[in-house]
Write a protein of this length. Structure first.
Length: 158
């Protein structure tokens, strides 16, 4: 049985991306989380974004579909638009911040960073990937998180 994760790329009028700083580890992540058994991906994402950020969003389109077979997980990432609300903190995030593409933090979750960069390079395509890389916690412990993210940013942004 696979679990399903859903995440939101939310842009402001300055084309900046909303990221949430996790309070359980020093990383930035797209707003989102796990889908409950009774939910659709759309309902789960709307709920997760509201819980984490205080924002109500509408979903424009899917931008990434990722499979993590080692974790029996499928992750969907959607482009979203703010419908209403103001950004607020939650028990899952100790900070929310808007970042331009060139200023994305090096401690962004690598899988999320890759989805963001791909979206900006290929806004009409859907990013499809089987992800077999180490988890973010392992990368943090070994000091390899920033190294991997520098490589990803160079690959996508030059």
């Amino acid at each position: 049985m696979f679990t399903i994760g859903v995440f939101a790329i939310i842009l402001n009028k300055h084309i900046q991306i909303l990221l949430s700083h996790r309070n359980d580890m020093d990383t930035w992540n797209l707003p989102g989380g796990g889908m409950k058994p009774y939910e659709t991906p759309i309902n789960a994402l709307i709920r997760e974004v509201k819980e984490e950020t205080g924002l109500t969003v509408t979903i424009n389109k899917i931008v990434a579909l990722n499979s993590k077979p080692q974790d029996s997980e499928i992750v969907l990432t959607f482009l979203c638009e703010i419908k209403k609300g103001k950004v607020k903190l939650s028990d899952e995030a100790d900070e929310h911040r808007w970042f331009s593409l060139k200023d994305l933090p090096l401690n962004t979750v690598p899988k999320q960073l890759e989805r963001i960069c791909f979206f900006f390079q290929n806004p009409e395509k859907v990013f499809l990937k089987i992800q077999n890389q180490s988890g973010t916690k392992d990368l943090l412990k070994t000091g390899k998180l920033e190294i991997l993210n520098k490589k990803l940013l160079k690959k996508y942004l030059g």
